[in-house]
Write a protein that binds this ligand. Structure first.
Ligand code: 3PY
Ligand code: MG
Length: 307
């Protein structure tokens, strides 16, 4: 009896230690795709409600960018949206691995270095943040610092020193982790290879393109996101002008050199061209307006003639 009990206890502790040694599964599907060399696709979402979050979580997209730059900055609605993205049936099937990663585009430009906005947004539990108008390496570094908790002294990825304040209870709940586990895993990938949090900085001005090599090499950046419209305005040319494409090519080259994932916003007519250039993540539209299948149905209906 005693021997059997000892044996059972041994087995239990062995399986516990195996479970503890097993690397934690990726939560963030964007990171999983980047690590396996596959592109990620998503949309912007300006309809910030609980139900919109729920419908996005079943969209089959890899990420959704809740846009709080060009729609009202309303953290309370953002909170509902992210809660709405929790999908119990997916948790039953896939555990904590998320299907569609919630990213949030914050309203403050990188040059404003408004750390409190990133803190408020991160504390609601998204898997990524997008900072518009990052024009210098100094601004990029400040945004990295705002997204990281201060790390333990002596760890190899201590720098850039984290400045995020500690109040992670709600975010941990959204990720399905304890506070301690969240603090461990909510660090910026790929600076922390086990990190689950992503920072995209937007390259959308002439100075940003001039400084692109320095920006791309700031540790902690998980993606460079080109904003073609702001870029055209900053260059002082109309949308679609060849000068925009020349600037984009400069960013493509710097991203490759720094091995930084590169993304942009584009329509269906440009998807293949951008992927061939080496873009790894694409926002291909927004949640505004009616879907293609609705438009198709209406088109057919209008063309129909009763015989
Ligand atoms: C831009 O094109 O400027 C954007 O911010 C959209 O991606
Ligand atoms: Mg823009």
């Amino acid at each position: 009896m005693k021997t059997t009990l000892t044996y059972l206890l041994l087995l239990a502790s062995l399986s516990l230690s195996i479970a503890q040694d097993k690397p934690a599964e990726r939560i963030n599907p964007y990171i999983a795709l980047m690590e396996s060399g596959k592109p990620a696709f998503g949309v912007f979402s300006a309809n910030v409600s609980l139900r919109a979050g729920a419908s996005m979580s079943g969209s089959g997209l890899d990420f959704v960018i809740v846009d709080m730059e060009h729609s009202p900055f309303d953290p309370t609605r953002l909170e509902s949206y992210i809660v709405g993205m929790t999908d119990k049936s997916s948790i039953l099937k896939n555990g904590l691995k998320v299907k569609t990663a919630p990213f949030v585009r914050v309203p403050a430009a990188g040059r404003e270095q408004l750390q409190f906005i990133l803190k408020q947004v991160l504390d609601l539990g998204p898997l990524g943040v997008v900072v518009p108008h990052v024009d210098t390496a100094e601004d990029a570094r400040a945004m990295v610092q705002a997204c990281r908790f201060p790390q333990l002294k002596g760890v190899p990825d201590y720098e850039p020193q984290g400045k995020r304040g500690v109040g992670y209870g709600w975010a941990a709940r959204q990720w399905g982790l304890s506070g301690g586990e969240y603090a461990e895993r909510a660090d910026l990938w790929p600076l922390d290879p086990k990190g689950e949090l992503v920072l995209w900085v937007m390259i959308e001005s002439e100075p940003a393109v001039e400084n692109i090599r320095a920006i791309a090499s700031v540790p902690g950046i998980g993606g460079l996101f080109i904003g073609p419209s702001d870029l055209a305005f900053s260059l002082g040319v109309p949308l679609g002008d060849p000068a925009v494409e020349t600037a984009i090519e400069k960013v493509v080259a710097a991203a490759k050199e720094a091995k930084a994932p590169l993304g942009t916003l584009c329509g269906g007519n440009e998807v293949e061209k951008r992927l061939a250039q080496g873009f790894q993540f694409l926002a291909v539209g927004s949640d505004g307006g009616v879907s293609g299948s609705v438009q198709d149905a209406v088109k057919k209906g209008r063309a129909f003639k009763v015989k």
